[in-house]
Unconditional design. Structure first.
Length: 162
């Protein structure tokens, strides 16, 4: 059963312990099995955490805070999680947030209308907050992207295409 779980996708030790508990495997038997799997490196929480951070930061563009919570939910201790999160630089996190905002910014949004701009800022900053970005960082990035979009749009309006 543990092999099958690991074949489907990598799992932390706690995730596997929970699966064994669901199957009513006695705790002492489960611990022995998990110890053996860990001994032969089929279970490695540090490796799992590194892979989880790489995968989720790239696919879901999650911030360190959200990744830290997910790792804790999977039973990864704080020190192992911190080590895995070191592979994400602040610049990587900012770039991911910018990419998300640019992708979610609806084409044709009238940024010159203050009410529309405020609504867009709140919507995009809320989206970043759900991904684990700090509110001050989220609002700053959203405003910077909107400002660059406004500058870009106004620059295009003044050019002639022959």
């Amino acid at each position: 059963m543990v092999y099958r779980q690991l074949t489907a996708s990598p799992k932390s030790r706690l995730q596997l312990a929970r699966k064994l508990a669901e199957r009513n495997i006695p705790e002492h038997v489960a611990e022995t099995v998990l110890d053996k799997f860990q001994e032969v490196r089929l279970i490695d929480d540090a490796e799992f955490a590194d892979m989880w951070v790489r995968s989720r930061s790239q696919s879901r563009k999650l911030a360190k805070g959200a990744l830290r919570r997910e790792l804790a939910d999977k039973g990864i201790d704080q020190q192992t999680a911190a080590s895995a999160l070191e592979q994400l630089s602040d610049a990587d996190e900012e770039a991911a947030a910018r990419t998300l905002v640019e992708r979610k910014l609806r084409p044709g949004t009238d940024l010159s209308d203050q009410a529309e701009r405020d609504k867009t800022v709140r919507r995009l900053a809320s989206m970043l907050a759900r991904k684990g970005y700090q509110p001050s960082q989220a609002f700053r990035i959203v405003n910077e992207v909107l400002e660059s979009r406004r500058d870009h749009d106004s620059g295009e309006a003044g050019t002639l295409n022959w």
